[in-house]
Design a protein around this ligand. Structure first.
Ligand code: ADE
Ligand code: ZN
Length: 335
């Protein structure tokens, strides 16, 4: 097995990280107090109780029910900034060099917080991470698939200026995968593309949903990568396509175990993806909820795939840089 020092030193890129998913219990309660938010009575009332509950998610929906309560303590621009800045500081110590990070504007705008406030808080943290830590980053705005697609469309309209100005670099699709297939969001993606043809596109697919959600995300939403995508392995033709078109899957090992997509990391079909030449990156998804940040995910995969040598890890790292949405100059610096 490769050493932990080797994994730590690798120039890591993260492509699947929900900023709201970095809200640690020990920040959640102080923020709730600072902002005068009363948490639901059935919600755990101490850091210890909450951490215990986080260890027992039944599935994606069970996790999301906690995740959306968590987001409710974020109110002010400073809250969003502090949250993202805490994330960047943590992963800087883990060898992260580039991050493409998600946020869910609708989980804030539905509570009356303007999209500009949320985005500015996150954007200023991204700028600070580059200046102070040398970590480059891109913001990806996700639409919530459990909400009415017409509301998604309105969110795209409300974000027009942010999408045109470069504040937001890409569009994604997250939240409960089933029964909300990608075809529901075709108009949203088309509208975003018409606002700024330079935007990048991705979507969660094939986490709990079938391989068909992956191929439909490619065909109908015209995404250039797929978040999770592990269920793609059930469709050989799709695997060949992912390899041929160099569609990167942003795999989240600890998340897949915590949300019971698999019972242990060794069951994630990473070897099959490698053998089929399907590029993937390793990511933390919602690290405050799933027990580990980027390097913890690398460590766990190395432990469960002990036969992977330096060459395999270098391939993963190179694919992860090449699949990033940063420009060629930055990629060359990282390679
Ligand atoms: N939102 C935050 N984490 C998510 C995940 N793993 N899948 C779908 N939506 C999410
Ligand atoms: Zn995710």
């Amino acid at each position: 097995m490769v050493s932990q020092d080797f994994l730590k030193e690798l120039p890591k890129c993260e492509h699947h990280l929900h900023l709201e998913g970095t809200l640690e219990p020990d920040l959640l309660f102080p923020l709730a107090r600072r902002n005068g938010i009363t948490l639901p009575t059935e919600f755990p009332q101490t850091v210890g109780e909450l951490e215990t509950r986080y260890g027992q998610f039944k599935d994606l929906q069970d996790f999301l029910d906690y995740y959306y309560v968590g987001t409710s303590v974020l109110i002010k621009e400073q809250d969003f900034h502090d949250l993202a800045w805490a994330y960047f500081q943590k992963v800087h110590a883990q060898g992260l060099v580039h991050a493409e990070v998600f946020y869910d504007p609708q989980s804030h705008t539905t509570r009356g917080i303007p999209i500009e406030v949320v985005t500015r808080g996150f954007e200023t943290a991204c700028q600070r991470a580059e200046q102070e830590l040398g970590i480059t980053s891109k913001l990806i705005m996700c639409l919530l698939r459990h909400m009415d697609p017409q509301e998604g469309l309105q969110t795209i309209e409300d974000a027009s200026r942010l999408l045109s100005s470069g504040s937001v670099h890409g569009i994604g699709l997250d939240s409960a995968e089933r029964p909300f297939p990608p075809e529901l969001f075709v108009e949203c993606y088309e509208r975003a593309r018409s606002i700024n043809p330079e935007l990048q596109f991705t979507a969660h697919a094939g986490e709990e949903g079938p391989a068909k959600y992956v191929s439909n995300s490619l065909d109908l939403l015209q995404v250039s990568r797929i978040d999770h995508g592990v269920n793609s392995v059930h469709d050989e033709e799709l695997l060949q396509r992912l390899a041929q078109e160099k569609i990167m899957l942003t795999v989240c090992p600890l998340s897949n175990v915590k949300l019971q997509v698999v019972s242990r990391v060794s069951q994630i079909p990473l070897q099959k993806l490698l053998d089929a030449n399907v590029p993937f990156s390793l990511n933390s998804d919602d690290p405050a909820y799933f027990g580990g940040y980027i390097l913890d995910n690398y460590y766990k995969v190395a432990e469960e795939f002990p036969h992977w040598n330096h060459e395999v890890w270098s391939t993963i790292c190179r694919n992860s840089i090449e699949g990033s949405w940063c420009d060629a100059k930055r990629k060359n610096e990282l390679l």
